[in-house]
Design a protein around this ligand. Sequence first.
Ligand SMILES: [Fe+2]
Ligand SMILES: [Fe+2]
Length: 309
Amino acid sequence: MANKLLPKSPTDLLSEIAPDVERLYNRHLEAPRLWFPHEQIDWGRGQNFADRPWTADDYPLADGVRSSIYVNLLTEDNLPYYTNTLLMHAPKDHPILDWNHQWTMEENRHSMVMRDWVHISRCIDPTLLEEGRRVQMHKGEVPSPGSLAELITYVSFQERATQIAHRNTGAKLPKDDKMGRNVLALIAGDETKHYLFYRDLAMAAFAIDPSTMMIAAAKQVRSFAMPGTGIPSFTRHAVRIAREGIYGLGQFLRDVLDPVLNLWDVDHLAGLSADAERARQELSDFIAKMSVTVDRMAQKAAGATPAIS
Ligand SMILES: [Fe+2]
Ligand SMILES: [Fe+2]
């Protein structure tokens, strides 16, 4: 029997995980979510911007919700660079290549349908949006996990975070914007399926090589950033989005890290190397600190006096 304490080579992990990639890819295909972007849009509501230039009064909305639509759409726009990152970890004859192609095909419709809704509904400034797209895509700035283990841990967190960001943004739209609510719900549904693929692929990888995965997960949690850092004024928008209660450190901890790390059962993994045990401790310490920060932020937001420690 192989010694679980010894980390495997990246090539070994890739070849041993191939059957799990096929299994989870087939599961994904068995529950298709076939929807057409053009059918989600009420085209008759559109007006030429040349005839009636955009103003904020076209669609009154809190700044944080506008920021969220702007950041989430530009993040979807940056798809070519994410696909490029995924392909760097996919050898030609490996089933993960088929998954990457499927994933790219599904992701591509997100920016299409969102932009159509944004332009028809006038919910955000189209000129600001296009300027942001030009700047971001010219930079080509995306997270670059260094190995397959790091990639599948990062993408598990990122797909879950993206699902929550779209879902919570949709919930903040006015009730009468059925088109917008439907568009964001469809996208969030796709992100859920992507999350389930990566989350369960990572779980399979933990069973194959727990030490490498533990080190990778600890590293990705500590360095996690949403994939929109190349967006102009990203930090300002991120603060507004967090203040609006759509997505911030609290959601990252409670809705992303807690469920995913519990499912991977990182607290009870056996057979870890000394380096992986150290990584687990560092992860635990990091999350404990994050919990304190999140609690303090919640107390501050509620107007309570923070406890002194
Ligand atoms: Fe997406
Ligand atoms: Fe996705």
